[in-house]
Design a protein around this ligand. Structure first.
Ligand code: NAD
Length: 369
């Protein structure tokens, strides 16, 4: 079968789905690999590297069977009957994409629907990318901040360590905590899932506890009660005034991000504080967040990025490529046993399969609709 590595829409996406080091792995699985000119250029991988790894330019290709993408939404020009298309789809918010996949009978897989299980962790693009986003959020904060991170004792006086608050201690939040600690900040963190307290503390940060009987302890957070939100607001108000940097990462899968940092809280903050909102695409954790913009509120900058992974596209692509190749290997092996994809009895395949033979078949998506 023939694979196409497309060039992403460079206005929004600098990553590439397959990096040259992974081409060899795909060839060992007997795939022929083709790439669009410049596919990896924005991420720092050049056409010559793909050719050296055994891929060929798409000009040498008459047809292809599999499209391996980062953002599937920007590859409609490649959509054709009976294609297998794999990438990030944001299926809950992308009915037009799903319609266009169905209209061409495309078999599509959403990598953002990979289950969060131990078996699937090699394919888990949400985790690999969130981890890099968490790291990069701290680097961006240090870039925008006009203060130093570590405690410095100099002959001219002492610079206190920066205070960093991380809201949401999932994959991105934990990496943000670890990065801020490495830079020498005093870090505290908050999450509705009290089970993460131990992980936060093991990274050397302080876990902020909200006094409430309501507890969430699953893998994912849920929408909390009004009573809990009031207790959380009171607690955050008591700590936010001393923070130099706040990094917010709180998300609830399939729902808008919870609004946690209110305008009232902003009024309590230091005038040169920075907020980096990693949840901006799903609405943001701060009331004033504007996705992709920097908002100035009385000197406090609320910063969000259109796509923070563009600033670390080389490593993000390397991780993504390993994830997508691991998924393709699984699919390839299962298809050798059973060519009817819909009836393959595999949790990972079932969870990610979105459209098949002209209809939407994903149970999680159909339930949400
Ligand atoms: P996420 O991006 O959905 O959310 C980020 C964090 O925000 C979560 O920790 C969530 O509890 C928190 N949050 C939600 N609402 C909040 C609120 N109102 N206030 C404060 N915090 C709030 O989550 P994620 O990073 O994708 O990961 C979720 C969990 O899944 C993590 O515990 C992670 O370890 C686990 N996970 C497990 C596997 C695996 O088993 N292989 C793989 C990946 C992730």
């Amino acid at each position: 079968m023939k694979i196409l590595i497309p060039r992403e829409d460079e206005l929004v996406e600098r990553r590439v789905a397959i990096t040259p080091d992974v081409v060899q792995k795909l060839k060992l699985l007997s795939f022929e690999v083709f790439f669009e000119s410049g596919a990896g250029g924005e991420a720092g991988f050049f056409d010559g590297e793909y050719i050296q790894a055994g891929a060929r330019n798409e000009s040498e290709m008459d047809n292809f069977d599999i499209l391996l993408s980062v953002d599937l939404n920007s590859h409609k020009k490649h959509f054709k009957k009976d294609l297998i298309a794999i990438g990030i789809m944001d299926p809950f918010n992308n009915s037009k994409l799903i319609d266009s996949l169905n209209s061409r009978s495309i078999t599509s897989f959403a990598l953002d629907f990979i289950p969060r299980t131990t078996r699937a962790q090699y394919m888990d693009v949400l985790s690999s990318q969130a981890s890099l986003a968490g790291y990069r959020s701290v680097i961006e904060a240090s870039h925008f901040s006009n203060s130093a991170f570590p405690l410095m004792m100099t002959t001219a006086g002492t610079i206190p360590a920066a205070k960093v608050l991380v809201v949401g201690a999932g994959v991105a939040g934990l990496q943000a905590i670890a990065t801020a600690k490495r830079l020498g900040a005093v870090v505290s963190a908050f999450d509705v899932r009290t089970s993460v307290k131990e992980q936060v503390e093991s990274l050397g940060a302080k876990f902020i506890e909200v006094e409430s009987d309501e507890k969430t302890d699953g893998v994912y957070a849920k929408e909390m009660s009004e009573q809990y939100k009031l207790a959380q607001e009171a607690k955050l108000k008591s700590v936010i005034s001393s923070q130099d940097i706040v990094i917010t990462t709180a998300q609830i899968p399939g729902r808008p991000a919870p609004k946690i940092i209110t305008q009232d809280m902003l009024k309590l903050m230091k005038h040169n504080a920075i907020i980096i909102d990693l949840a901006s695409k799903s609405g943001g954790n701060c009331e004033l967040t504007e996705h992709g913009n920097i908002v100035d509120f009385e000197g406090i900058r609320i910063i969000s990025f259109e796509n923070i992974l563009n600033s670390i596209a080389y490593d993000a692509s390397r991780m993504y490529a390993k994830n997508i190749a691991a998924f393709l290997e699984l699919l390839h092996n299962r298809m050798q046993e059973n060519n009817d994809i819909l009836s393959i009895d595999d949790e990972i395949i079932k969870s990610t399969l979105i459209t098949y033979e002209g209809r939407t078949v994903n149970t999680r998506l159909l339930e949400a609709l």
